[in-house]
Write a protein that binds this ligand. Structure first.
Ligand code: FES
Length: 100
C-alpha cells in the first residue's frame, strides 16, 4: 500500500525507516532522502510511527518480564519448589539412625 504518493513510499519503506530509528514523518522523509510535498501522507505516517512505538514498548515490557522470570528462576532451587521441613524435623527416622 502506498503511504506517500508524492515520493512513492509504500508501507514497507516507511516501516523500514521506523525500524532503523525514524520516529516522525520528517525523519521518515529524511531516511529516504526526500522532503514532504503535499503532506497528505503525514497523518498516516504519524499513526504508523505511534503504532511502531507501541509495539516497541510492548516488546520492552515483555523482555523485562522475561528477564525478571529468569532472575527469579536462577535463584530458585534446581529441583523444583522447596520442600517444607516437616513439623517434627527433630524426629530422625530409624533407617537414618542406622545409616549413621
Ligand atoms: S503524499 Fe506524501 S508528501 Fe504528498
Amino acid at each position: 500500500m502506498y503511504v506517500c504518493i508524492c515520493h512513492a513510499l509504500n508501507d514497507k519503506k516507511v516501516k523500514a525507516a521506523l525500524d532503523q530509528g525514524a520516529t516522525t514523518p520528517a525523519s521518515v522523509f529524511r531516511h529516504h532522502n526526500c522532503q514532504v510535498q503535499c503532506g497528505k501522507c503525514v497523518p498516516t505516517m504519524r499513526s504508523m510511527a505511534s503504532e511502531h512505538r507501541a509495539v516497541l514498548v510492548q516488546q520492552a515490557a515483555a523482555a523485562t518480564t522475561i528477564a525478571a522470570v529468569a532472575a527469579t528462576s536462577a535463584t530458585a532451587p534446581c529441583c523444583g519448589p522447596a520442600i517444607p521441613e516437616p513439623a517434627n524435623a527433630e524426629a530422625i527416622p530409624a533407617y537414618a539412625v542406622a545409616a549413621e
